[in-house]
Structures are given as structure tokens and as C-alpha cells.
Ligand binder design. Structure first.
Ligand SMILES: Nc1ncnc2c1ncn2[C@@H]1O[C@H](COP(=O)(O)OP(=O)(O)OP(=O)(O)O)[C@@H](O)[C@H]1O
Length: 327
């Protein structure tokens, strides 16, 4: 005989695999609905990206997940618990890096982390291992104020990691970094994922989201405009491929005569064709003008993002003029 009260095994399994569950969350500031009915699930061990234009509601949503802000309605479950009202049981299990991370600037990187470790009640070994995780061991004796911007960003991440949280919130950790420092930090972040941590990642860098995230949600005007793997978003969006042909080899009129070419325009020394059937068009271009020096640019997450944010932004709000500070 089965126990009617028993939770089916698959529901237990689903709960074990879910780190964050957001159900129909809404948050209004005065007349503006910053989060307008968002539901999503972040799976255990997932690198989850939150994308969207300025003012889309990302910070509000993340703060609701972190237990820093109360939703007007809807349900939030983080690691099986409600983060609001401020849930002290959850604090040791979560790490939070914000863009305005505070540092003890008159300390060395190591002293800073030791202080953070002490606040969390963990030992100095944890501080050393967090420094190693972010590749800062060699800079541990440098005063925080003498670290470069990229090294400070790493220290901010180390501060969010020092107590060994299962879930980490990272808010634009690569903002203001040079290209090499960004790439270096990507490796650090991949390392965190390999350790099995769940990461909620807010960024404006679409290439970064594409390179790092298992799935991304694109927020527009407080609503989810798309949620999927970067690969699926790109392949299902139907964004055209661009072919760049050195100018002079083919005229725009000739190109427009090729079946499957949607547009043809001269831009910066190239004839740029847009098509959704690139194989077919390349074959035709080969016959007419040859393929040497022809470049192909396939759609990226940035194309999908721009299409979504461009077509949806501003359609679902009651105005931007009622934004007084509210808790
Ligand atoms: N404390 C607040 N009081 C009033 N309005 C707020 C408050 N916080 C955010 N807002 C408004 O809510 C909307 C969403 O803001 P939010 O900071 O969540 O967006 P965001 O996607 O994080 O933006 P950004 O990319 O610029 O950080 C914006 O219109 C913003 O002006």
C-alpha cells in the first residue's frame, strides 16, 4: 500500500536539483513595476546568467533572491528555504559579490580576507584557499589599495567565496576590466563551476554570457523575454547570418538576385549580405565571385539580445517618472 502523503520520488529529485525557485514574483516601486511576474528555476551546479538592459529589473530580482528585498507577491525558495524575512540560516550557504564591494583598503589582500573569514567564523586556511581559487596567492601581501581593478574584482569574488557557499551571486564582476583581465577572470569563474557551485551571474557582456552560462534569462521591462541555453537561443532566433564579400567582386544588385539573400549593402570595404540560408547563398557566391576572402559572421547571443530588447523595451511599463526610493 502506498502512503498518500508521501512526496513522489521524482518531486524529491526535482527539489534536490533546484537551487532557486522563483514563482510569479512581482515588485513595484511607486507606479513602476520593476519585476512584473517572473518565474524561473536555477538548477544545482548551474551557471545561470541574468541579462537585460539598464532598469530591466535584474538587481531587484537578485536582491529578492538574496533576501535583501521583499517581493510584493509571488514565492521565492532558495536552497529549499524562504530568503525573506532575512534568513540567517541561508547566509553561510550564499556568497554575494556586488559592484560596490567594500574593502578594508589599509590591509593586505590576505589580511582583508582573514577579516572576512573571521566575520563568517571560518579559519585562515579558508582565506588562503579562496585567494588561490581566484589566482591571487602571488598578490596576497599587497595592500588592497595597491591592487589593480582586476585584482580587486578577484578579491571581491574571494570575499564572496571564503566561507565555502554553495550558491554565489556575482554582479558584473568583469565590469571595467581590460580584455585580458576579463579572460583571466572567466577561468576563475569556470573553476568555481567545476567545484560544483551554483552561480547566478548578472552581466552586460553578451560574449561572456555565451561563453560561461549554461542558461540565460533575458529580462526586459521586468519580464522574462527569453530563457534557454545560449545555443538554443541563438539557433531558434532566426537571426540572419552575414557574409562579407570584398567590395567590387559582386554588385549589390547582383547579390540581391541570389535566392535567399535578404539584404545587400556596401559597408566599410565589403559587400555585406544577410541571409538565413547561408549554405545556399555561399554556393551561389562561389559561382559568381569565388569565395576567397569571403567572411561569414553567424548570429551570436548579442544579436538575439539586441533583437529582443530592441523590439520589446518600453512596451510593458506605466512610465519612468515615479521612481522615488523605496524599500
Ligand atoms: N529603490 C528603488 N526605488 C525606486 N525605484 C527603483 C529602486 N530600485 C530600482 N528602481 C527602479 O526599478 C527599475 C529596475 O531597476 P533595477 O536596478 O532592478 O534594474 P537593473 O536591471 O538592475 O538595471 P542596471 O542594469 O542599470 O543595474 C528601474 O526603473 C529603477 O529605476
Amino acid at each position: 500500500m502506498t502512503d498518500a502523503r508521501a512526496v513522489p520520488a521524482e518531486r524529491h529529485e526535482a527539489a534536490a536539483q533546484t537551487t532557486i525557485l522563483i514563482e510569479e514574483i512581482r515588485k513595484r516601486y511607486g507606479g513602476r513595476e520593476a519585476v512584473a511576474g517572473v518565474s524561473l528555476q536555477v538548477r544545482r551546479g548551474e551557471f545561470f546568467g541574468l541579462l537585460g538592459p539598464n532598469g530591466a529589473g535584474k538587481t531587484t530580482l537578485v536582491e529578492i533572491m538574496e533576501g535583501l528585498r521583499e517581493a510584493d507577491s509571488g514565492k521565492v525558495t532558495v536552497l529549499g528555504q524562504s530568503p525573506w524575512p532575512r534568513n540567517v540560516e541561508l547566509l553561510p550557504r550564499m556568497g554575494v559579490q556586488t559592484q560596490s564591494s567594500a574593502f578594508f583598503v589599509r590591509q593586505t589582500a590576505r589580511e582583508h580576507l582573514n577579516t572576512v573569514a573571521a566575520l563568517f567564523g571560518v579559519g585562515r586556511e579558508a582565506a588562503d584557499s579562496a585567494l588561490e581559487d581566484v589566482g591571487l596567492t602571488g598578490r596576497r601581501d599587497v595592500m588592497v589599495e595597491n591592487l589593480s581593478g582586476g585584482q580587486r574584482q578577484r578579491l571581491a569574488i574571494a570575499s564572496a567565496l571564503v566561507h565555502g557557499p554553495e550558491l554565489i551571486f556575482l554582479d558584473e564582476p568583469t565590469a571595467a576590466l581590460d580584455p585580458q583581465a576579463r579572460r583571466d577572470l572567466w577561468e576563475v569563474l569556470r573553476g568555481l563551476k567545476r567545484q560544483g557551485r551554483t552561480i547566478v551571474y548578472t552581466t552586460h557582456h553578451l560574449d561572456e554570457a555565451e561563453a560561461l552560462c549554461d542558461r540565460v534569462a533575458i529580462l526586459v521591462d521586468g519580464r522574462i523575454a527569453a530563457l534557454d541555453t545560449p545555443h538554443n537561443l541563438v539557433s531558434s532566433a532566426g537571426v540572419p547570418t552575414r557574409l562579407m564579400i570584398p567590395a567590387g567582386r559582386l554588385s549589390p544588385e547582383e547579390a540581391l538576385g541570389i535566392e535567399g539573400v535578404d539584404s545587400a549593402e556596401l559597408q566599410g570595404g565589403s559587400l555585406v549580405l544577410e541571409t538565413r540560408v547561408s549554405g545556399q547563398v555561399l554556393t551561389a557566391v562561389d559561382k559568381l565571385a569565388g569565395l576567397s576572402d569571403v567572411q561569414t559572421r553567424t548570429a551570436t547571443l548579442e544579436d538575439v539580445y539586441l533583437e529582443l530588447t530592441g523590439s520589446l523595451a518600453g512596451t510593458g511599463q506605466d512610465g519612468d517618472n515615479d521612481t522615488e526610493q523605496q524599500a
